[in-house]
Design a protein around this ligand. Structure first.
Ligand code: TYD
Length: 208
């Protein structure tokens, strides 16, 4: 029995966390067993790596940053996600390989293909069944974050960086239209949740 692997992607301020919580609640209310994860930081080791990659002060070479995300991902997939999928459970995860392709590949200009290759190796090629992209322009995203007082290393990047991230996401979605569900993140929260539920419903085993 294999479960279902659903990932959420989007720029900072796109409302991923809100939609992830609503999706998990809806799945659990429907009687599904759900495992929630996030990258970076879905495991104990991952929490330490998250702290380094998001909050460490001082210089961090872009390739070092990319490898820390990949290390977090390797451990998360091997110890948490694959075992849950093998039990037939549904894994809902905040960010995955597409984040590295967008942020390190395009944002840091390391090159999407090479960055993806590292993560494909790290995860032994695990691909999501569905990836939900909450698309938001970088100016609105930044404005939404503006209510916060502290920014992590990536959030603090300039608007051009976030524009490259967004363009890379849309490019990825256009390349794999059957894996991606792209939603305008400016739509009302309830409407977005409903669109997501409708799509996920089609992936659930139908009732007997
Ligand atoms: P996230 O956990 O979504 O933080 P928040 O909920 O505060 O938005 O992601 C943390 C940051 O890490 C986010 O700015 C995107 C970045 N990131 C990468 O640059 N590469 C990656 O591979 C991943 C998974 C995240």
């Amino acid at each position: 029995m294999t479960g279902l692997f659903i990932t959420l992607e989007g720029g900072d301020g796109s409302g991923k966390s809100t939609q992830l919580a609503l999706l998990v609640q809806w799945l659990e209310d429907s009687g599904c067993v759900v495992v929630v994860s996030r990258e970076p930081g879905g495991t104990e080791l991952g929490v330490e790596l998250r702290n380094i990659v998001l909050h460490r002060r001082g210089e961090m070479a872009p390739r070092a940053e990319a490898l820390i995300y990949a290390a977090d991902r390797a451990h998360n997939i091997a110890t948490k996600v694959r075992p849950a999928l093998a039990r037939g459970e549904i894994v809902v995860q905040d960010r995955y390989i597409d984040s590295s392709v967008a942020y390190q590949g395009a944002g840091r200009v390391l090159g999407g293909d090479e960055v993806r290759d590292v993560s494909v190796w790290a995860t032994e090629g695990l691909t999501p069944d569905l990836t939900i992209l909450l698309d938001l322009d970088e100016v609105t995203g930044k404005a939404r974050l503006g209510e916060r007082t502290a920014f992590d290393r990536l959030e603090a990047e300039e608007t051009d960086f976030h524009a490259r991230v967004r363009a890379a996401y849309l490019h990825l979605a256009a390349e794999e239209p059957q894996r991606f569900l792209v939603i305008d993140a400016r739509e009302p929260v309830d409407l977005i949740a409903e669109i997501i539920q409708q799509r996920v419903q089609t992936l659930l085993p139908s009732a007997p």
